[in-house]
Design a binder for this molecule. Structure first.
Ligand code: ZN
Length: 139
């Protein structure tokens, strides 16, 4: 089941540059983490009950580097917090939606994540994320 919007992922060329805007608004980066299996460095910015996730590519061949090349910086995905990502994953598969991975994998902050293809959602890359409260506060 889905609880709330967990975060909005934004593709950026440089976290150091992009974070300035949010810091000027009084928001704070709560953590920066590299996720090598995704080819990204991730900065989480707390924003009320939700968060903003800045995604910077770690290499030229990372999916975020390809996204930036094709579309430039901007909104990359919407993440919904799930309290059971495996069952939400199964429900979407049964309903014929196209998920990106054979099963949920570990993402930033140790959360379990699955992605739903934009072709299948009306143009939005959708992330489902299940994490501990700890992961949500600090990821
Ligand atoms: Zn995300």
């Amino acid at each position: 089941m889905i609880d709330q919007i967990d975060h909005i992922g934004i593709a950026v060329r440089s976290i150091a540059e992009a974070r300035k805007l949010y810091e000027a608004l009084g928001l704070a980066v709560t953590g920066i983490e590299e996720v090598p299996q995704e080819g990204v460095r991730v900065a989480m910015i707390a924003c009320g009950a939700s968060r903003i996730e800045l995604l910077e590519p770690l290499s030229e061949d990372s999916p975020i580097a390809r996204f930036l090349e094709k579309r430039g910086p901007g909104v990359h995905h919407l993440c919904l917090a799930s309290n059971d990502v495996r069952s939400d994953d199964a429900r979407l598969r049964d309903a014929g939606y196209q998920v990106l991975r054979p099963e949920p994998t570990r993402g930033a902050g140790g959360c379990w994540v699955q992605f739903v293809h934009p072709k299948s959602t009306g143009g939005v890359l959708l992330e489902l994320s299940e994490g501990t409260e700890e992961a949500h506060r600090h990821a």
